[in-house]
Design a protein around this ligand. Sequence first.
Ligand code: PMP
Length: 441
Amino acid sequence: MSTVSTATTDEAVDTAVAEARARYVARCPRSAAIQAEAAKVLPGGNTRSVLWFAPFPLRIARGWDSILEDVDGHRYVDFLGEYTAGLFGHSNPVIREAITSVLADGLSFGANNVYEASLAAAITSRFASMELLRFTNSGTEANLMAVALARVATGRDDVLVFRGAYHGGLMSFAKGNAPTNAPYSFVIGQYNDVEGTRRLIDEHGPALAAVLFEPMLGSAGCIPATPEFLSVLRDGATRHGALLIADEVMTSRLSSGGAQARFGLLPDLTTLGKYFGGGLSFGAFGGRRDLMSRFDPSTPDALAHAGTFNNNVLSMAAGHAALTKVLTPAVLDALNQRGDRLRHSLNLTFAAAGAPFSATGIGSLLNVHATDAPVSSPADLAAADDRWKEILFFDLLERGYYMARRGFMALSLAITDAQVDGLIDAVGAVLSDRAALWTRG
Ligand code: PMP
């Protein structure tokens, strides 16, 4: 491990952050001006918290293929991929064609349309555990509905979740139970803690409606579950009659049958979101026929599930075209292999430079961390110095590469091998420019 914590280095890191921010401020005056206007009508100029960063967030004017152009005219290769929802890039011709042909037939019918069952069939044919599903407008809604169904189906209240997990704006556990969370009775375990989780499930078993989990923690930094952890979840839920809910809003792209196919896991319910709408708003929850049939409106005492835009024609048609005409299993495999190559190469680059970074993840989803120690749970990141990631973020932005401020990347189909190589070279160049920061300790 690199040692970087001398007082001199500490000051030097602060200075480097300040300089990187100052250069960003100088390069992006239009972003700054629009942010100031936005702050008059939106709290902090923001309507989606994750997009904010100091000193002010980047504002994008347009995108095409894998490129974003900001309002000051700088171009970036987009390695963020709209936090996984941008899997198809910014201008996939097949999806554009689907959207324009739908537009020709009009919007907002207030009735069933010809697309929703086709998209549902395209999804259920890929996900072995999803016999029936229903659409929502977001992954947040999908998870709320899945938990609601689990509570009704089991007649129980408690939901086991994990510290660091993100299941949407109303079920966020980055720092424990967020004050804005839905008022469910959450039991919070530690991700990848096999023995502790087994104990927790047994302790709360009779009151447990559901175990809700991400097969790989996404927002918390692309931390994959271990096979032992996943089997404790599956066995524990079965043993106590709780429902196992796999939140695959992010991880569904890790194989054409999702992370669950990759890991050989059969959850009772699964939630989806992000790219399945072809880049438009989307969510879905589904699973066992006996559970999902509770929503069949033709049956007595059917559960209600509403949503004006659940079957909106744009998302349904774009999603169907995306899944049936673009995202073949072979295309998805190639994308995940490209991501694996990027992650491995970044780790080699970090190690060669002796820099205090590492990248975790699976396939096309990865996260750079400001530590070179192993990361198997959010607790392993507690001591990482966020300033390192801030420097890397701004330096890469300046070199024309965009990722999340927290170090997250999600490859889109529009990213080429040459662009992957370009990013690896740019990271190498940043590390060499900044070498004085971690070699002087
Ligand atoms: N679950 C996971 C694992 C997510 O990553 C997200 C979004 N980042 C959500 C749920 C919520 O999805 P949405 O933003 O569509 O509400």
